[in-house]
Design a protein around this ligand. Sequence first.
Ligand SMILES: Nc1ncnc2c1ncn2[C@@H]1O[C@H](COP(=O)(O)OP(=O)(O)O)[C@@H](O)[C@H]1O
Ligand SMILES: [Mg+2]
Length: 424
Amino acid sequence: MSPDAVRLHRVRLAGIAGLAGMASSALALWLAGGAVAWSLLPGVAGCLVSWIMTGEGVGVAAETERPPAAEAPAAPAVEAAFSASLVAGVINDFALPLIVTSDNATVLAASALARNMFPGLQRSRPVSLAIRDPDFLDAVTEAAGQTASQTIVLGGLPPLNRALRVHINRVTVAGSAEAATICVFEDLTEQQATERMRVDFIANASHELRTPLASLLGFVETLQGPARDDAKARERFLPIMREQAGRMARLIDDLLSLSRAELRAHQQPTAPIDIGAIIREIMDSLGLSARERGVALEMQLPDEPMMIRGDRDDLLRLVENLVENGIRYGREGKVVTISLGRGAGGEVILSVRDHGPGIAAEHIPRLTERFYRADVSHSREIGGTGLGLAIVKHLVMRHRARLEIESRLGEGADFKVLFPPYGG
Ligand SMILES: Nc1ncnc2c1ncn2[C@@H]1O[C@H](COP(=O)(O)OP(=O)(O)O)[C@@H](O)[C@H]1O
Ligand SMILES: [Mg+2]
């Protein structure tokens, strides 16, 4: 039995189904298949490199433990099927950026994703021309002459400050001095950004809760201490305490709504809903607060029902958040218009238009971020939490809809949600 067959048999024993006779795409998928594949990478990559360098199925380095010969039937068909060009194709299509280098750090092969990530990569040229990071170059140089695999993390790579984890494995060829190093890259940039967002979110939420809580505790202490018998102070403080407690309750309600919306953002709701009926319901519930702020609510709805596929509670929340913003940020004495129409592609377009101060262009792309406000103190003053549009964004995603914000300073704002056609 050839060493390749031993290797392949070991791979199969490790629980990865049917390598024999596999098409290259299946192999590429399998190679990228997560933790198990990582642990097997040196072995499989060893086979690949042997083929790449010699053009035929030569053996890989001897293994310390091998299964008994009886368990490992020879698989000549497998070897025959793995031509050099097929292996080159496997490397090219590998589902992660992958580079094979020689012991003097020259590029032998690279996957398409690696060439994309490092445009300077060229076969038969030093890898240092494409990747200048000294830690990476040291690791690749050190790998020559070693058998142990290593993993390094690189940060601050151009462009855009990328962070990468690099798995470096050395492979040798049995009965030959040939050897190579395989580097597989994992992009950690997004993972690190998500982690940062999570940490920021917890810090922001704690800060938003701590402010009203501190004020509430301060009043309680005053009423228990120096102002114990001061009826006037009690009368003055209690409404403020109620307002602060209300702010905390609103924040907790919004946090819960946001987490529910985020959890379900990928489950598309399917119930038939007349979005016109939702708007009428919100008009009734927000009518009073609009009148208190001197804002007139105006509806422009077609006579017939405007059906979409959706979730009733979500849609009530979505319309409520947009109309509430129109009332809060729209100028006193002005109109907020809520209209429904149909787009050229049959989509249902909800628009909430106000005539308030509008929003400066630099804020618009960030409005749906959690806790982002164009004017923090103004938002707080009028009872905002900074979470309304983040909730709207997730509800819009859940409905496979699109949110468009049009605004210019001094010219009000138009928040549009475009829902896909009912049958679409
Ligand atoms: N109609 C609008 N006109 C002007 N600014 C708006 C409007 N709607 C939202 N904004 C801005 O977007 C920010 C985020 O809105 P939102 O997420 O609903 O939070 P909140 O209303 O609680 O502050 C608001 O603080 C405000 O600066
Ligand atoms: Mg809001």
